[in-house]
Design a protein around this ligand. Structure first.
Ligand code: ATP
Length: 657
């Protein structure tokens, strides 16, 4: 909307039965700003020395909003000074109620340079002050501090000289990655990734689903233990959630099994099989947000592997890295294209900035020579690029999917979405209609299709675990059956949101006599729940899934399986906040996989701003064997076209000037 339109709208509205209020009062009334933001801005702008209090006050409110959207900072270069709070036409064209008096609190001629100038001169901005400015990035000091800690520690780790027997490493790489096993087209990127991670104190191994991240890291651990056989390394495996940790344990165990002919009997026991959550590794101090392990009480380990690293937020990553002993190696695993962490920051995608599918990452001349020597008998297979990013030589990108080959609809659909390629989407549709792809179901008829059909289909899948409960099957088997199917929703509210669909599925199962919902009791036999907030005392974490069953004394308990495979029972009264989970949001599904994953996107008139490429890609890549999409094609295309990123200065702190 142009400023002219807005002024016209305000003038028009003023003649009607609406009240015009100052912009910030309006934003407060709409819950877009919080009172705590206003108070903070007042506090920090109260100083006499402030030259431009009104502008700094407004900038602070923008910073608060940007932090609430999980950005690490406010990128002043990205702000539209004529409409900085992203007001819409509808904010000014109400027939009743209140409307804001202006589109922008800044003057018509205000610029980014002016914003930088007034912040630079403000007493609360600067070193050891509550606010910081780094070029055009405006920070709360805490988040700037985390970024700085992370950047400097990662750089130190990457630059540390390692004592490695290169001849032995070359031989081991040759043994674990024989030439005949390399993918037909191109380089064996898994071999390159192993060589990279073996020769640096810090490395990232990123890749889409089934590109062999776990297989590669298992080989890497075998290689590292072989290199240091005289003094075996202490290796720890972690993931951000219990579910992801359980999945990592399972995958490492599977990879070890598959590689049993390659890994020697002396090395096999030195590769850990059991992963834990990051919180468990760091040791949470009850009732605080502090950990037992920190800079002054470092962890006891030589190598740390973090899986699903895209889910780890800036603050947790910084605390984890601070708790590493100086000599430790760190390896991040994950898919850079998935949704960023629930909390502030986007560490994984920041570190993987600039990687493009089908292209060789940009490595330095010296690094290419080293890798060509270790992996390719000095043939010039890797050619140097010109990246200024100081960690470029630490980033390995796996590009060949072993799980989803060219004849897999899931892999092709994920690729179409991830690369916003509508031609590829058409190809998937054609292959589906000719019966070539058997692992995908695309249902675009969301408008005419009654929700009941979707609900019935989900209920028929959930009947399996509910029948197992009736048959008194083991808790493990019941959990396994429940996890074999999952319906994912993109939104919480509306007909196609989590709340409504959960209710409908519950009603359907109840009508079929599979569950017995009692209006006097919230919990019932067979009810699946997901924990909604961390409880460090009970060691139940956000995202953990429990199912209500009867224990030996016929008491109704929520039964969970922890990441070590042990079962844990809790009576309903002890449980932290939790929700029914026949349907979960795509956000909550991150770090999990399901044999059959169904995903529903709301129709166009209910689609919200949060539906984007990363969200849909994350949903698709949860599917192991079958993926079903129920969505209006227009909404799917709109999501593919919308890629989101978070403001952060991590990459820039690591760029060579
Ligand atoms: N070099 C390879 N040659 C043949 N098969 C492979 C190779 N690497 C991995 N695989 C197979 O591909 C499948 C996926 O591998 P893996 O689990 O290591 O991938 P991932 O990237 O960790 O997957 P996820 O998407 O679950 O994170 C496994 O069945 C594995 O055995």
């Amino acid at each position: 909307m142009s400023v002219l339109d807005t002024n016209t709208a305000i003038a028009t509205a003023a003649t009607n039965d609406v009240q015009i209020v100052p912009l910030f009062d309006y934003l407060l009334s709409e819950n877009r700003l919080r009172m705590v933001d206003i108070k903070l801005a007042e506090l920090l702008c109260s100083s006499e020395q402030t030259q431009r209090p009104n502008d700094v006050y407004s900038l602070l409110l923008l910073l608060c909003l940007s932090q609430q959207s999980q950005h690490s900072c406010l990128d002043l270069a990205q702000v539209d000074w004529r409409n900085p709070f992203n007001l819409r036409q509808s904010d000014f064209t109400k027939l009743a109620g209140i409307i804001p008096d202006t589109l922008s609190p800044f003057s018509d001629t205000f610029t980014t340079a002016e914003a930088i100038n007034c912040l630079q001169n403000h007493p609360s901005v600067g070193e050891a002050k509550p606010l910081q400015l780094l070029e055009q990035r405006f920070y709360f000091a805490r988040l700037s501090g985390y970024e700085q800690t992370l950047a400097s520690r990662l750089l130190l780790m990457s630059e540390r000289k390692l004592d490695i027997d290169s001849d032995k490493l070359t031989q081991l790489l040759c043994d674990y990655f024989p030439e005949q096993d390399a993918p037909e087209q191109g380089l064996d990127w898994q071999k390159v990734a192993c060589a990279m991670a073996a020769t640096k104190g810090f490395s990232v191994i990123t890749g889409g689903p089934g590109t062999g991240k776990t297989t590669t890291v298992t080989k890497l651990l075998a290689i590292l233990q072989s290199l240091y056989q005289n003094a075996p390394l202490s290796i720890k495996l972690v993931a951000p959630t219990g579910k992801a940790a359980a999945r990592l344990s399972e995958s490492i165990l599977g990879a070890k099994q598959q590689l049993k002919d390659k890994i020697s009997a002396a090395i096999t026991p030195l590769i850990p099989e059991s992963a834990q959550t990051i919180h468990r590794l760091l040791g949470v101090k009850p009732f605080t947000n502090k950990f037992r392990h920190n800079r002054s009480n470092p962890l006891h380990l030589d190598v740390l592997i973090i899986d699903e690293a895209s889910m780890v937020d800036l603050s947790l990553m910084a605390k984890l890295i601070e708790a590493l002993p100086e000599h430790a190696r760190l390896i991040l695993l994950g898919d850079k294209d998935q949704l960023a962490s629930v909390d502030t920051g986007s560490v994984m995608s920041d570190l993987c900035q600039g990687l493009v599918l089908g292209q060789t990452p940009s490595y330095s001349e010296a690094r290419c020579a080293e890798l060509n020597s270790l992996c390719f008998n000095n043939q010039r297979k890797l050619v140097a690029g010109n990246s200024q990013f100081k960690l470029a030589d630490c980033i390995a990108f796996l590009q060949h999917s072993y799980r989803f080959t060219a004849d897999s609809g899931i892999g092709q659909l994920a690729l179409a979405v991830n690369t916003n390629n509508s031609g590829k989407l058409n190809y998937v549709e054609q292959e589906l209609s000719s019966g070539q792809f058997k692992d995908v179901i695309l249902d675009y008829d969301i408008v005419n299709k009654p929700i009941d059909k979707l609900v019935q289909s989900a209920a028929s899948k959930y009947a399996q675990y509910l029948n197992l409960i009736k048959q008194h099957a083991s808790v493990q088997d019941i959990h396994k059956a429940f996890a074999s199917y999952q319906l994912l929703a993109a939104v919480r509210e509306g007909d196609y949101g989590v709340h409504s669909l959960n209710k409908r599925i519950e009603t359907q199962l109840s009508q079929q006599g599979l569950i017995n919902v009692n209006s006097n009791q919230r919990h019932y036999l067979g009810m699946p729940i997901m924990i909604a907030q961390n409880d460090y005392q009970l060691k139940l974490f956000n995202g953990d899934i429990g199912i209500f069953m009867h224990d030996d004394s016929a008491q109704l308990k929520a039964l969970f399986i922890d990441e070590q495979g042990n079962q844990r029972a809790f009576s309903p009264a002890r449980l932290p906040a939790h929700d029914t989970v026949y349907v979960m949001t795509i956000h909550k599904s991150q770090g999990s996989e399901f044999a059959y994953t169904a995903m529903v996107l709301p129709p166009q008139n209910q689609a919200t701003a949060g539906i984007n490429r990363q969200l849909v890609y994350t949903g698709i890549t949860r599917a192991k064997n079958t993926f079903e999409l129920v969505a209006d094609k227009k909404v799917l295309l709109m999501a593919m076209n919308k890629s989101v990123s978070r403001a952060s200065g991590l990459y820039e702190r690591l760029v060579e000037l």
